[in-house]
Design a protein around this ligand. Structure first.
Ligand SMILES: *[C@@H]1O[C@H](CO)[C@@H](O)[C@H](O)[C@H]1NC(C)=O
Length: 254
């Protein structure tokens, strides 16, 4: 494969003398059902343009541009070249599957889930909850927003699946909504690394600052109530004294 590629480079160079050029070969194995159904593509590119490829589904070399026509014609006329390419499905793809299986195909990484609240800036009444789902592999995932147990679908937007480049992926799913006291929001994640869907809840006023504000309010209220009762008692005792004093004074007389 490599030696054939190098020959092609020399041919191209001798005809068109560019200052710089990019020459690429790409071998791609598609495992459509484990090792039961494999497609092999061998692709050649000159300055990023593909000019000829071999497709194991068709079993021949196919020219993509004028540049690839002589190669395809020559390779297809050589029974040993064709046989080598056709055998590569087994020799390269099926063989490599066993090597990569433990690291790549069997790899499972559980998603990490976090909910972030943000007040929307462009709309007055809407607020945004974002479910950050990261660190997962394989990339296939399903993220759902639920409000009080009911699936939300209308105002849900999502980023593309983001490849972190370290065999993990992440995705951010936004829910535009209105939040009232007592609402419960749930971000539900379904992934092949999980035996059951993962659920993370978010409720308004559950933050520490909200809780300390509420505590301050309660303490203030109780203190106020205590002083009010003390004041009321003092007031009642005073009025009692004033009102009933004449009565007790009159008793011995009558
Ligand atoms: C995948 O291959 C298995 C045999 O290993 C077969 O039973 C199954 O039907 C195939 N699935 C599809 C979708 O072709």
């Amino acid at each position: 494969m490599v030696s054939l590629s190098l020959l092609s480079v020399l041919t191209v160079l001798s005809t068109s003398h560019p200052d710089d050029f990019v020459y690429q070969f790409r071998g791609q194995c598609y495992y459509r059902n484990g090792t039961e159904d494999i497609q092999l593509l061998k692709r050649w590119f000159y300055n990023r343009e593909e000019y000829v490829y071999f497709d194991s589904d068709r079993g021949i070399y196919i020219a993509k541009t004028e540049l690839g026509r002589p190669d395809a014609k020559y390779w297809n006329s050589q029974p040993d070249v064709l046989a080598e390419a056709r055998a590569a499905v087994d020799r390269v793809c099926r063989h490599n599957y066993q090597i990569y299986k433990p690291a790549a195909i069997d790899r499972k990484s559980e998603p990490r889930i976090k909910i972030i609240y943000a007040q929307a800036t462009d709309q007055e009444y809407e607020e945004i909850l974002t479910c950050f789902v990261g660190s997962f592999f394989p990339p296939m995932i399903k993220v759902t927003w639920l409000k009080n147990g009911v699936e939300e679908s209308e105002k849900v937007t999502s980023t593309e699946l983001l490849n972190d480049g370290d065999w993990t992926y992440q995705i951010h799913v936004n829910l535009e909504t209105t939040i009232q006291h007592g609402d419960v929001f749930t971000c539900r994640v379904e992934h092949s690394s999980l035996t059951a869907p993962a659920k993370v809840q978010w409720k308004p006023e559950t933050s520490d600052s909200a809780r300390s504000k509420m505590l301050t309010g309660i303490v203030g209220f109780v203190l106020g109530l205590v002083f009010f009762i003390i004041g009321l008692l003092v007031y009642l005792r005073n009025t009692k004294g004033i009102r009933f004093l004449p009565v007790t004074q009159n008793n011995p007389i009558s």
